[in-house]
Design a protein around this ligand. Structure first.
Ligand SMILES: [Zn+2]
Length: 362
């Protein structure tokens, strides 16, 4: 591995933008001083960002790692994978995004993830007394965090995962040092998630709004939100099920995010990007994180808040202490863009270069 210095770029360090300065990289790490025979990259007029983190993707093909990296997503957090072999293969893709995964998500034995999305039947969990063994199995498989599926109750349908089971999974996961992220698509399931003690919930409801009081509860418990507006907008635009319930609207998602933000809830950026045709919608890997920023902007999230949500804040929440900021000692995961994304977030699309652990990928 070599040494290089990016010169004359303004630097968004994960928190704020600096005047033009130098950023030095030696052997994959950001350093205080330039290395011997350091190559120079002149980046006048550009802004250097920490590599972007998408906190909600699904990897079904190792090639996705390269697509993500191409769009500046240097870390991708898989939120449920039906084939651990694919995740393993993805981790070996040269020039690909660095991947973490929940592995198999927790859902009931006959849940949609098994019935429709192709997850093995053996990963169904039927009650709280199975929680400890279920979490231990995921930890043994290498899950980096635990994903819990909280679906709404529908008459005549098999029962979704029950609140007491969710709470037992949270207890077991926390005892094992793992964070828990809940999939919630309604106000009621989001309430169950938060009452169960999860660390984060993902998605924002299309059919109702997370209210001001609930948002305050979320904030006071320190639970974070990963809104996946890209997924919700795609579903609202092209409803994927036979009957579109009245009241379904992307505006509900925006209003929920406004309420969460106003209450001071920490927001982490995530898209639900995937390429699995069996899912309700498929935001494109990599590109959709830039769409996510623009949609977050529609809810009043500022460009700087969006950038933090996909860099320093995401790294802090997921315990990725070696990245998410531009700072000596951290991994040289870097994205160089034209224009100023702290003023106009669409500038994150104008990518000049991407480096993952100091290796240039674009
Ligand atoms: Zn998802």
């Amino acid at each position: 591995m070599g040494a290089f210095s990016i010169e004359n770029a303004r630097v968004f360090d994960g928190e704020r933008l600096s005047e033009p300065r130098s950023v030095h990289v030696v052997d994959g790490l950001i350093t205080e001083e330039p290395g011997a025979d350091s190559e120079t990259v002149d980046a006048a007029g550009a802004v250097l960002l920490p590599g972007l983190i998408d906190a909600h993707v699904h990897i079904s093909d190792p090639e996705q790692a390269r697509t993500l990296a191409h769009w500046g997503v240097t870390t991708a957090l898989d939120m449920g994978a039906k084939d651990p072999g694919v995740i393993e293969a993805t981790r070996g893709v040269a020039g690909g995004s660095d991947v973490r995964s929940a592995g198999f998500p927790a859902g009931p034995p006959h849940g949609t993830h098994i019935a429709r999305l192709g997850f093995p039947e053996s990963v169904g969990i039927s009650g709280p007394d199975e929680a400890e063994a279920w979490v231990a199995a995921r930890v043994a498989e290498g899950s980096d965090y635990i994903k819990v599926l909280l679906e709404p109750e529908i008459p005549q349908q098999p029962k979704p995962l029950q609140p007491e089971t969710a709470a037992a999974i949270v207890r077991a996961a926390h005892a094992a040092g793992k964070k828990v992220i809940a999939h919630t698509t309604t106000g009621r399931t989001a309430e169950i998630a938060v009452a169960s003690g999860v660390d984060a919930f993902t998605h924002t409801p299309l059919g109702d709004v997370l209210g001001v009081e609930f948002a305050r509860e979320v904030a006071s418990r320190g639970v974070i939100a990963i809104p996946t507006l890209s997924m919700m907008n795609a579903m609202a635009t092209d409803w994927p099920f036979p009957v579109r319930p009245p009241g379904v609207s992307f505006e509900n998602c925006l209003q929920s995010l406004r309420n969460l933000r106003a209450a001071g809830v920490t927001i982490v950026a995530g898209t639900d990007a995937n390429t699995n045709p069996a899912t309700p919608a498929s935001p494109p890997p990599g590109e959709s994180l830039h769409t996510e920023f623009e949609l977050m902007g529609q809810a009043g999230v500022t460009p700087v808040e969006s950038l933090r949500a996909a860099t320093s804040t995401a790294a802090d929440f997921f315990g990725l202490a070696d990245r998410g900021r531009i700072q000596p000692g951290l991994r040289a995961d870097l994205v160089l863009v034209d224009g100023d994304p702290t003023v106009d977030i669409s500038a994150t699309r104008a990518i000049r270069g991407v480096w993952i652990a100091g290796e240039r990928v674009r």
